[in-house]
Design a protein around this ligand. Structure first.
Ligand code: SAM
Length: 216
């Protein structure tokens, strides 16, 4: 999802109170920044932020940080936030490739990946947000019991992700190839892309994964 040439988007982001500025400086200090002991959940590639906002509304006891690569997309989320500001929602404009420069080990409790870009060419596999390279980054920043929760309608990307989970030694809590006709649907919060694909009749795949616990 790339909205090109949204005029002044960088300036809007620079001025917006919900966007965390100089966030690298918060690495290892997020608990001090928020000062309320609430856990941090991330959505990487949050697009216009529909899912994140609904989650923040439902769970005021959690800080949600939406990460988006493109300013032109992020400004759309900021416009929505102006309609209903929520104190537990925050945004970072960054490429998730650099996520370990922003969060220290154990600072993040959950990571949501929703309808991530598929990068269909094999030579781009490491750019997929569920590649072993990205799982290694999540491994660095998650709490020991932390989880990654991934939804997509792209069966090729999902099958690739299942292989990467195994290759990286992560554990599947559960997975389904058809979330909306499964026992896991209860409590599901739909993303913007999910709404479109469900309307078209595409099955939605979902997995929840965690790392193998190292024995104490
Ligand atoms: N999650 C939303 C949903 O389900 O409706 C949007 C899905 S859209 C297909 C994927 C989004 O991820 C785009 O907004 C894209 O700019 C963003 N994105 C892709 N790669 C990213 C990366 N490496 N870091 C941050 N954002 C990324």
């Amino acid at each position: 999802m790339r909205l090109r040439n949204v005029k002044g988007s960088r300036e809007q982001i620079a001025e917006n109170e919900f966007v965390i500025k100089n966030a690298e400086q918060n690495k290892g200090k997020w608990a001090e920044v928020f000062q309320d002991g609430r856990p941090i959940h991330l959505e990487i590639g949050m697009g216009k932020g529909k899912f994140l906002m609904e989650m923040a509304r439902l769970h005021p006891d959690i800080h949600y940080i939406g990460i988006e690569k493109y300013s032109s997309v992020l400004v759309r989320a900021l416009e929505k936030m102006e309609e209903e500001p929520l104190s537990n929602i925050h945004f970072l404009r960054m490429d998730a490739e650099y996520i370990t420069e922003y969060f220290a080990p154990g600072e993040v409790e959950e990571i949501y990946l929703n309808f991530s870009d598929p990068w269909p060419k094999e030579r781009h596999a490491k750019r997929r947000l569920t590649s072993r390279q990205f799982l290694a980054r999540y491994d660095e920043i998650l709490k020991p019991e932390g989880r990654v929760i991934f939804k997509t309608d792209n069966r090729g990307l999902f099958d690739f992700s299942l292989e990467e989970v195994q290759e990286a030694g992560w554990i599947l809590d559960y997975h389904t190839f058809d979330l909306h006709h499964s026992e896991y649907l209860e409590g599901n919060v739909m993303t913007e892309y999910e709404e479109k694909f469900v309307q078209k009749g595409n099955p939605i795949c979902k997995m929840v994964i965690h790392r193998q616990k190292t024995p104490e």
